[in-house]
Design a protein around this ligand. Structure first.
Ligand SMILES: [Zn+2]
Length: 133
């Protein structure tokens, strides 16, 4: 640690500055107390802040049109966004919104891939059928 009086570097084990003899223990204590005094202002966000977009519409559309399992994971996370926000878990609400969006996107792309594979198989099937006739 550094001495608050003269700025000299001291080992953490010493309680008095080796340069000027100033007590280092008082600064050690205030260093621990400071975060506790500041923490209340950080836990509550500004009142104007709105909950994050819960992506519920996207999740439902993915469930219906693309991929049921991924859509359900997305809906579960989307449903948690508003309840977590109401309970004061702002970080959790943002994380659930992120997860809902992520799983909706995965479902969307898996759905598109499945449709493409189905279309390719259909075309191959039609081609083989044409040769057999
Ligand atoms: Zn000193």
């Amino acid at each position: 640690m550094y001495c608050p009086k003269c700025g000299a570097q001291n080992s953490d084990s010493v309680s008095f500055c080796t340069q000027c003899g100033a007590s280092l223990q008082s600064t050690f204590q205030t260093g621990f107390q400071r975060p506790q005094f500041q923490s209340p202002s950080y836990s509550s966000p500004p009142k104007t802040e709105l909950p994050p977009d819960n992506k519920l519409v996207k999740a439902i559309l993915v469930t219906i049109f693309c991929c049921l399992p991924f859509g359900i994971i997305s809906i579960i996370n989307a449903a948690q966004v508003n309840s977590k926000w109401a309970a004061g878990d702002y970080e959790g609400a943002r994380r659930s919104a992120f997860e809902a969006d992520k799983w909706a996107n995965i479902g969307l792309w898996v759905g598109i891939a499945v449709y493409l594979i189905y279309a390719i198989l259909l075309l191959i099937g039609v081609g083989l059928e044409g040769k057999n006739i």
